[in-house]
Design a protein around this ligand. Structure first.
Ligand SMILES: [Zn+2]
Length: 197
């Protein structure tokens, strides 16, 4: 018995197919999470500026790959914003999904059991800098979108945004950037991927 979520054009999203796609692709999903975790996107250290760009580019490539549209890297006064959207659910609400790709510095390095940018799975957990705040959350939502889009059409529109300055507490740079801010007009709901701001 299929579980359906109706969509505007009749291409119903089949949730059980989405769930089975996700479990069949678990190994790839985990490998992709590890790729993102291995990027040393420490926003507070200028020597990691190229890593910030790499992380933003990785996310953009990924968003294009799963089928989001109008994917772009939006420059700001600081680190870039990675953005993608899917707006083909006519007359449906738009959900804004916000996350960040920057991480905190790793000091003191001596207290790490395994190297912070060499992700390791121990039991049911993965250990790396940024795994819980918040690259794991970012990948969880992107892979959920991927699975749902493979199993039909999303029942709502989505605008997905990852910034690179959350850990230095300067989202004002984004809010001052008109080109970025204009992407969010009309969003009906906002979903933040982490409570660990
Ligand atoms: Zn955070």
């Amino acid at each position: 018995m299929h579980q359906y979520v109706s969509s505007s054009r009749g291409l119903e999203l089949q949730l059980d197919e989405a769930v089975s796609f996700a479990s069949q692709n678990h190994v790839r999903y985990l490998a992709e999470l590890k790729e993102l975790l291995a990027i040393q996107s420490i926003s507070t250290l200028t020597e990691h500026k190229p890593d910030m760009v790499r992380a933003a580019e990785w996310l953009s490539r990924h968003m294009s790959g799963i089928g989001l549209n109008h994917v772009e890297i939006i420059p700001t006064q600081g680190h870039p914003v990675s953005y993608g959207e899917w707006l083909q659910a006519a007359n449906k609400p738009t959900v804004l999904i916000y996350g960040h790709y920057d991480v905190q510095p790793v000091d003191p390095i001596s207290e790490w059991t395994s190297p912070p940018f060499d992700p390791v799975v121990r039991g049911d957990n993965i250990f790396a800098r940024g795994a819980s705040d918040m690259k794991g959350n970012a990948i969880a939502v992107l892979k959920s979108l991927e699975a749902c889009m493979k199993a039909g059409q999303l029942p709502v529109n989505v605008k997905v945004l990852f910034e690179g300055e959350e850990e230095i507490g300067s989202p004002h740079r984004l809010s001052r950037s008109h080109s970025a801010r204009s992407r969010f007009s009309g969003s009906k709901a906002e979903l933040s991927l982490s409570r660990l701001w």
